[in-house]
Design a protein around this ligand. Structure first.
Ligand SMILES: Cc1cc2nc3c(=O)[nH]c(=O)nc-3n(C[C@H](O)[C@H](O)[C@H](O)COP(=O)(O)OP(=O)(O)OC[C@H]3O[C@@H](n4cnc5c(N)ncnc54)[C@H](O)[C@@H]3O)c2cc1C
Length: 449
């Protein structure tokens, strides 16, 4: 144990009803397998969306993750994996977070097969470092993390666990489509890989895809392999603004056109009756320029060599100026999906909800129907009302969804964060199979998973 807590021992003075932790056993399980691993008592920053931890483990090897997780589970502890912590308050807060399993000690780029356009990285590697390394030979992971998150050190494991996607998912797919395999440690310490060695209790699952967007509820990601792409040499953005229905229609036309845009993004600032659309064209200079002209003709936009300031930035990020006025700590972040034709309805519903609920609603994201929404009202009932009105136009898992990613406690109490979800029974069955004791981030995922 580090941090002046060499006494270790039982944290037996935990309040009634809370888990107790045998720190000595945890520490020796960890360092017995992983001498460079560390177990520390939690500091002020060691909480998960307000849920305090009893201990923080920072293994430096897969064996260490396995040993400490097996021991934590045998003690009945709830474990929450942590990367850089940039999205630790996304999804529901866990019921308990007894042990924080910090994976930043596993931070190596294991392999860069430049010829095969594949990179294998440990979960704690910051995505920005992966990008820098593969960028030296003109390759990239087309993940489009927003600059502030990248700068915050968002990790490979956290990126997968949150499963979010940026502008270029339109053409290249989301992270889920770019991940080729993963190595995961299950709650009981089993190390399982997709692709290579098949472990009996996970046979039949595509683990890497299962982990994408699972918010650490199924296993701790320790390693992942990704498909890379060559960086395309030339880029142009075509940017237009106009009334909401107009912009939605133009964006839809570009998505459906022969122009093969790398991305088509929409930005509707709070309280605005207008929206912006930005089309990204990538490729060889000689081909990109005429395609940009065509896109400009189609959208009535202007051609630029740099993206608009809001490109790839979450709408609750102050930097881009779209934040409604609630203040950063009160702004609710949601993710809305819609069919291609449903995006216009979503934008209109955002505008209408502002009038009925008195809360600003900024919407930004892919015209193909994966958008982020920032809601700025101070009144939880008003914010919940906005979410309900948006859900009314994205009424089913098939036609679209609105899920609350980040929200203050009182808003979470006023609204179901997930809304209608398809396949919940199946998801519960997967959880039971992989984490039967609910030891991994219990309650964080839809349906209390
Ligand atoms: C416009 C836009 C585009 C974006 N594009 C992308 C994108 O393309 N790809 C992408 O990945 N993200 C994207 N993001 C999301 C953003 O970058 C996430 O904040 C980031 O991926 C989280 O990484 P982190 O290391 O900070 O995770 P943390 O905040 O530490 O953790 C996030 C969640 O993952 C869990 N977790 C962390 N590490 C592990 C692990 N090793 N095993 C199991 N669970 C773990 C945590 O418990 C928590 O639930 C985008 C966001 C925006 C706004």
């Amino acid at each position: 144990m580090r941090d002046g807590s060499a006494d270790g021992g039982r944290a037996g003075d935990a309040p009634a009803g809370k888990a107790t932790v045998d720190l000595d056993r945890l520490a020796s399980a960890l360092t017995g397998q992983d001498p460079a691993g560390e177990l520390t008592r939690p500091g002020p920053g060691d909480a998960v969306d307000g849920v305090p931890a009893l201990a923080v483990a920072r293994p430096a090897s897969v064996a260490g993750v396995s040993a400490v997780l097996a021991e934590a589970t045998s003690q009945g502890l709830a474990t929450v994996a942590r990367g850089a912590g940039t999205a630790l308050d996304w999804a529901a807060p866990p019921e308990r977070a007894d042990l924080i399993l910090d994976v930043t000690g596993l931070g190596r780029l294991v392999e860069h097969g430049a010829g095969d356009l594949v990179a294998v990285a440990e979960a704690g590697l910051p995505v920005v470092e992966l990008l820098e390394t593969v960028g030296r030979v003109g390759q990239e992971l087309v993940a489009d993390l927003p600059p502030r998150r990248l700068g915050g050190g968002a990790t490979v494991g956290g990126a997968l666990a949150t499963g979010v996607s940026g502008p270029r998912r339109l053409q290249r797919g989301a992270l889920r489509d770019l991940v080729l395999g993963a190595t995961v440690v299950l709650a009981d310490g089993t190390v399982a890989s997709s692709g290579g060695k098949v472990v009996k209790n996970v046979a039949g699952y595509d683990l890497a895809k299962l982990m994408t967007g699972s918010y650490g509820t199924l296993g701790v990601i320790v390693r992942a392999a990704f498909r890379l792409h060559p960086v395309r040499p030339a880029r142009r953005w075509v940017v237009a603004t106009g009334p909401l229905p107009d912009v939605a229609g133009r964006a839809r036309e570009v998505v459906a056109s022969q122009l093969a845009p790398a991305a088509v993004e929409i930005d509707r600032p709070a309280w605005s009756r207008e929206a912006g659309v930005a089309v990204l064209l990538e490729g060889q200079e000689a081909a990109v320029v005429p395609r940009a002209r065509e896109a400009a003709a189609l959208t009535g936009g202007e051609i630029r060599t740099v993206p608009p300031a809001w490109w790839g930035v979450l709408p609750d990020d102050d930097g881009a100026g779209a934040v409604p006025s609630a203040g950063a700590d009160r702004t609710v972040l949601a993710k809305a999906t819609a069919t291609l034709t449903g995006v216009g309805g979503l934008l209109a519903a955002a505008r209408a909800a502002e009038d009925t609920r008195g809360a600003g609603v900024a919407v930004r994201g892919s015209a193909a129907g994966v958008l982020y929404v920032a809601i700025g009202g101070r009144d939880p009932a008003a914010v919940a009302g906005v979410v309900r009105e948006l859900r009314a136009v994205a009424p089913s898992p098939r036609d679209g969804t609105v899920t609350v990613l980040r929200a203050p406690r009182d808003v979470r109490e006023a609204v179901d964060a997930w809304g209608p979800v398809g396949g919940l029974d199946l998801m519960r069955a997967v959880k039971r199979r992989l984490d039967p004791g609910r030891n991994l981030a219990p309650g964080r995922f839809v349906g209390g998973i």
